[in-house]
Design a protein around this ligand. Sequence first.
Ligand SMILES: C[S@@+](CC[C@H](N)C(=O)[O-])C[C@H]1O[C@@H](n2cnc3c(N)ncnc32)[C@H](O)[C@@H]1O
Length: 214
Amino acid sequence: MDPNITPSLPNDLFRRQDETLDAQFYHHPRFVTHIDDRAIAAVTQLYRENFAPDSSLLDLMSSWVSHLPAEVHYRRVVGLGMNAAELQGNPRLDAYVVHDLNQQPALPFQDQEFDGAAICVSIDYLTQPVAVLRELARVLRPEAPLVITFSNRCFPSKAIAAWHHLDDRGHLALVRQYLVSAGGWQAIELLDRSPQPPGRSDPLYAVVARTGTA
Ligand SMILES: C[S@@+](CC[C@H](N)C(=O)[O-])C[C@H]1O[C@@H](n2cnc3c(N)ncnc32)[C@H](O)[C@@H]1O
């Protein structure tokens, strides 16, 4: 993917059709998967490639599944999301916190607490993504991987206006721009990891980056 695509953005970039509190929308648990099995397998493969065994990971915007490879042991996995019942039901989490990032983008974690982080099919719901990604750089150790994945599906009323305005390539460019604006990120890669042949499964795109060197 060309990393130099510049998306054209609407003025009301971060507005959403449903501006009520996210706590209301996520009040009831949804024990569903948001992409199909082959797209999930592509997410799992990216985690396998980027997250070292025995590392400590943050699953940001987490639910009842984390898509981490079943055969790999991680020292500690912490989830942050909006629904306690979903997070409680997530078998990969050692701990979780219910926290609305759109109300409070500051992360409730220590500096350099984690070795890696994931955001799966959720970046489109952040109204202050640059602030969240700046915080994420703070809570990760130097040269730690961040894997952001997304497909072409969403809860339309909760996705930001820019997400609706852009196509898949535009989404990649937008997420790259978030990381550049946040600062503290290097080696940003834009990937199309859609299962092949196209059209038989949900597409899967990723933005992978690392925090800066110490
Ligand atoms: C489409 S689900 C994806 C869940 C999970 N990452 C996965 O791969 O299945 C969107 C997730 O984003 C989380 N989320 C949405 N808005 C949020 C917010 N304002 N603050 C924190 N998490 C949020 C929800 O709790 C939900 O788990």
